[in-house]
Design a protein around this ligand. Structure first.
Ligand SMILES: Nc1nc2c(ncn2[C@@H]2O[C@H](COP(=O)(O)OP(=O)(O)O)[C@@H](O)[C@H]2O)c(=O)[nH]1
Ligand SMILES: [Mg+2]
Length: 220
């Protein structure tokens, strides 16, 4: 995993497991600010979360798609959390489980006050499946800002990646952010930090050379 020296990286490296929820009654208190990660099983969501937080094992990367069936909460600080939503669209998931999340996810997106935005992860080679379009629609109905990571960009040539980016963007509402990303090569990580910083209302991170002395001032 690539190390990053981005000034925001330290904020996300602090992420630690808080709790998990299988239904809306088990959610932690709806206070402060959250950003959720979503995507089809195997899209590369866990890998993206691990890269962003600089932790190999935080969101367990799995070769067995469909295993994550909890909403996972990671604490950044007293006010801020990252949320890992269950991977969707996996055909071999039992129908009962599928139904459960088809009801629970839109309710979570709609009702969760602290949720500031959603990072949607799609494999750059297989974007906008029916389940992705469904999820994008739920976010639209909930009035939630969306930012899309077209991940595994390392699997395509530069030119093919950029063509795919334009093609997918042309099919979406122009308010939706979208970028190429690679968890393996670290491509696009800085842009994700900027989106997370904005949604989580962190002040602009400054490199050590620019930092002015400010006693008694923490982040936030
Ligand atoms: N080449 C490449 N493979 C990736 C990338 N991100 C994830 N993968 C691979 O895709 C598979 C699924 O990744 P995972 O993060 O577990 O997907 P999730 O089910 O969405 O959480 C794993 O074999 C990963 O190693 C990437 O950026 N590039
Ligand atoms: Mg996963």
């Amino acid at each position: 995993m690539r190390e990053t020296s981005h000034p925001s990286a330290a904020r996300y490296r602090r992420a630690s497991f808080l709790t998990s929820a299988h239904n809306l009654r088990q959610l932690p208190p709806d206070e402060g600010l959250e950003v959720a990660f979503a995507g089809r099983s195997n899209a590369g969501k866990s890998s993206a979360i691990n890269l962003i937080t600089g932790q190999r094992q935080l969101a367990r990367t799995s070769k067995q798609p469909g295993r994550t069936q909890q909403i996972m909460f990671f604490r950044l600080d007293d006010e801020r959390r990252l949320v890992d939503l269950p991977g969707y669209g996996f055909a071999r998931v039992p129908l009962k489980v599928k139904r459960h999340w088809e009801q629970t996810l839109p309710r979570f997106l709609q009702g969760r006050e602290s949720l500031q935005g959603v990072i949607l992860v799609m494999d750059v080679r297989h974007p906008l499946a029916a389940a992705d379009r469904q999820f994008i629609e739920w976010c639209g109905q909930a009035g939630l800002p969306l930012h899309i990571l077209l991940t595994k960009a390392d699997k395509l040539s530069r030119g093919a990646g950029v063509r795919q980016l334009r093609e997918v963007a042309s099919q979406l509402d122009e308010r939706i952010g979208i970028q190429l990303f690679s968890s393996h090569e670290g491509e696009g990580l800085e842009t994700v930090f900027e989106v997370l910083d904005r949604w989580l209302r962190y002040r602009r991170a400054e490199g050590p050379e620019k930092k002015r002395p400010r006693p008694n001032q923490g982040e936030g």
